[in-house]
Design a protein around this ligand. Structure first.
Ligand code: B16
Ligand code: MG
Length: 220
C-alpha cells in the first residue's frame, strides 16, 4: 500500500546541512573571548537548543554572569560571525543523499516539513536552494519553547495536518530526539549511536537510509 500519508519532519542544522560545525566555530570563538572553553562533548548539548539557551549554558560552564545588555550584545556578535559562514554556503553543502531522500518522499506524495530551532532557517534553505521543497517550515521565529520541548514538531505536524503519532522526525541533536519522543513521533537520529541512543532508529547519515526503510516508515 503506497497511498498512506505520514508527516516527515526534518531538522535543519546537522541534518540537511552541516551548519552545526559553523555554530560550533562561532560559539567557540565567543566563549574563548570570554576566557571560557568547552569540549566537543559539551557542544552536543548546544545542538538543537536556542541561541539564548546556548549562551546561558556556555556562561554556566565558565561560571560567568553578564548584564542583560552584555548578553544581548554577545548573542548578536555570535550571530554575525555565524552569518559570515552562512553567506558563503551554496547547494554543494547539502549533506549526502538528502536530495535523494527528499525526492523519494515527494515522489511518494508524502508531506514534508522543516522543524528547526534556528532563526536563520529560511535564509539557509534559500542559500542551498531547498526552500520550495518543504510543504511547511517551522523555525525559531515561530515557537516560544525550545527543544527538548516538542512545540516545534507539534506545530509542524499541525501545519501538515498529520497526527503527531503519524510523524517521523530526523534529528541530529540529543534535545531534538527527546522532543520528537515527547511528541509521540518516530525519532530517527542522524549521527552517532552513542550520542543518540534514545532515538527509535539511528543512522550515521542519509546514505544509510534505504528506500525500503522509507517505504516501511510510510506503510507502518
Ligand atoms: P540560530 P536546528 C539549531 O538548529 C542549532 O542546532 C543550534 O545549535 C542553534 O543554537 C539553534 O538552531 C538556534 O540557531 O542561532 O541560527 O537561531 O538543529 O534545530 O536546525
Ligand atoms: Mg540539528
Amino acid at each position: 500500500m503506497n497511498n498512506m500519508k505520514k508527516g516527515f519532519i526534518f531538522d535543519l542544522d546537522g541534518v540537511i546541512v552541516d551548519t552545526a560545525k559553523y555554530h560550533f566555530l562561532a560559539w567557540k570563538k565567543l566563549a574563548n573571548s570570554l576566557g571560557i572553553d568547552f569540549t566537543k562533548e559539551e557542544n552536543e548539548q548546544l545542538k538543537g537548543v536556542s541561541r539564548v539557551r546556548s549562551l546561558q549554558k556556555i556562561l554556566t560552564w565558565g561560571n560567568k554572569s553578564l548584564s542583560s545588555e552584555e548578553f544581548t550584545d554577545l548573542m548578536a556578535k555570535k550571530n554575525d560571525d555565524y552569518l559570515g559562514y552562512i553567506d558563503k554556503m551554496d547547494a554543494s553543502e547539502v549533506l549526502p543523499d538528502v536530495h535523494r531522500v527528499l525526492n523519494y518522499l515527494k515522489q511518494k506524495h508524502q508531506p514534508i516539513a522543516l522543524g528547526s530551532a534556528s532563526k536563520n532557517a529560511k535564509p539557509i534553505l534559500q542559500k542551498v536552494n531547498l526552500l520550495s521543497d518543504f510543504d511547511a517550515i517551522v523555525d525559531g521565529n515561530d515557537v516560544s519553547r525550545a527543544k527538548p520541548d516538542p512545540e516545534v514538531f507539534v506545530t509542524a505536524a499541525n501545519l501538515l495536518k498529520i497526527e503527531p503519532k503519524e510523524c517521523i522526525v530526523f534529528e541530529d541533536s540529543v534535545a531534538g530526539v527527546e522532543a520528537a519522543n515527547v511528541a509521540g513521533m518516530v525519532s530517527i537520529g542522524i549521527g552517532s549511536e552513542t550520542v543518540l541512543g534514545h532515538a527509535d532508529h539511528v543512522f550515521q547519515d542519509f546514505t544509510q537510509i534505504s528506500e525500503e526503510f522509507l517505504n516501511q516508515l510510510i506503510n507502518n
